[in-house]
Design a protein around this ligand. Sequence first.
Ligand SMILES: *[C@@H]1O[C@H](CO)[C@@H](O)[C@H](O)[C@H]1NC(C)=O
Ligand SMILES: *[C@@H]1O[C@H](CO)[C@@H](O)[C@H](O)[C@H]1NC(C)=O
Ligand SMILES: *[C@@H]1O[C@H](CO)[C@@H](O)[C@H](O)[C@H]1NC(C)=O
Ligand SMILES: *[C@@H]1O[C@H](CO)[C@@H](O)[C@H](O)[C@H]1NC(C)=O
Ligand SMILES: *[C@@H]1O[C@H](CO)[C@@H](O)[C@H](O)[C@H]1NC(C)=O
Ligand SMILES: *[C@@H]1O[C@H](CO)[C@@H](O)[C@H](O)[C@H]1NC(C)=O
Ligand SMILES: *[C@@H]1O[C@H](CO)[C@@H](O)[C@H](O)[C@H]1NC(C)=O
Ligand SMILES: *[C@@H]1O[C@H](CO)[C@@H](O)[C@H](O)[C@H]1NC(C)=O
Ligand SMILES: *[C@@H]1O[C@H](CO)[C@@H](O)[C@H](O)[C@H]1NC(C)=O
Length: 253
Amino acid sequence: MSISLLFISFVVFSLADLPSCFSIDQQYEKCLSALSCGSGSTVFPNITYPFWGTNINKPKYCGQSPFKLSCKNNQTLAVEIGNLTLRVLSTKLENQIITVASWLNGSCPNIWNFSGNDHYTLNPSTKKIDLFDCSDRHPSSSLSNISCNISNNSQKTYHVFRPSSSPPQGCTKVGNIPMLESAKNALHQSNDSNQALKTALDQGFDLRYNIKNQICQACTISNGICGSESRSESFRCLCKDKPHNSSCNDDQG
Ligand SMILES: *[C@@H]1O[C@H](CO)[C@@H](O)[C@H](O)[C@H]1NC(C)=O
Ligand SMILES: *[C@@H]1O[C@H](CO)[C@@H](O)[C@H](O)[C@H]1NC(C)=O
Ligand SMILES: *[C@@H]1O[C@H](CO)[C@@H](O)[C@H](O)[C@H]1NC(C)=O
Ligand SMILES: *[C@@H]1O[C@H](CO)[C@@H](O)[C@H](O)[C@H]1NC(C)=O
Ligand SMILES: *[C@@H]1O[C@H](CO)[C@@H](O)[C@H](O)[C@H]1NC(C)=O
Ligand SMILES: *[C@@H]1O[C@H](CO)[C@@H](O)[C@H](O)[C@H]1NC(C)=O
Ligand SMILES: *[C@@H]1O[C@H](CO)[C@@H](O)[C@H](O)[C@H]1NC(C)=O
Ligand SMILES: *[C@@H]1O[C@H](CO)[C@@H](O)[C@H](O)[C@H]1NC(C)=O
Ligand SMILES: *[C@@H]1O[C@H](CO)[C@@H](O)[C@H](O)[C@H]1NC(C)=O
């Protein structure tokens, strides 16, 4: 009985082409499994590299340290960029793009003047829109307005003007916010432009994240999963047998 079991195991694992070792590497398995955060697994594929997050079941070795995700209220996948926390709406990892949005709770968008940092840049599909504060409460040429709380009990109204019309006197530009070019165009053509402005903010904007991709491609081609060494943060190719330095085909540890 035990001998035939042993034989079956031998045959199975020989067919699976696993070298000497009988168990699949834990890091490999973890980084291949689905992330956990509400419906976040529909936003991200199982392999999240270079993203990771301790409360989404993706340890740091599944990604690179600057690209940290977290799960808010146990249901919303968020990315932390500088001191901003943005909702992750969708991803195109093959193009190194994530679509993110500000939290809008009636509070003013926290993405004012945002133009990326060392690790993220605005993708060309993202445009900015200028917001104005006007002394005249209802400037007639205003295309749309958004009212939001700047603090506890102080509400502000900001205005957007058509690109063709210069804002009236008494209006000062207070900054810009990023949005998708398609949403910006829709806003400029909309009849219900306050709704279009809300929609534009809800749709978020595209960020491109910057990582060196060549080494990851070599790893992926060898059926590995890109990851990192938690302590040194250097690249690791996670393979079925064990983590390798660059690809599952190298002979190294
Ligand atoms: C994603 O992970 C889940 C849970 O581990 C697994 O059932 C599923 O097969 C994985 N999908 C892919 C495409 O690997
Ligand atoms: C988060 O959601 C999971 C699955 O729905 C549930 O098991 C867990 O108790 C929740 N945790 C908290 C802190 O709400
Ligand atoms: C972080 O937030 C503070 C105010 O809370 C702001 O002054 C500072 O510019 C922000 N830093 C970055 C990198 O956005
Ligand atoms: C948004 O509102 C929810 C409750 O409605 C609150 O728990 C959360 O802290 C708010 N988020 C922000 C950024 O204000
Ligand atoms: C602004 O804050 C007040 C008090 O916190 C709240 O009642 C109000 O609904 C908020 N305004 C918006 C637009 O959410
Ligand atoms: C905001 O827009 C709405 C709809 O166009 C308009 O009725 C309202 O007066 C505007 N609010 C301000 C403060 O301009
Ligand atoms: C908000 O208002 C409450 C009472 O109305 C006050 O205790 C609190 O300090 C205020 N918070 C801020 C950030 O202003
Ligand atoms: C955005 O930038 C403008 C000009 O650089 C500045 O005047 C404004 O205070 C900034 N707005 C915010 C909300 O940080
Ligand atoms: C793998 O990389 C580590 C540093 O990241 C290095 O110390 C080690 O020597 C490398 N292994 C081989 C076999 O090259």
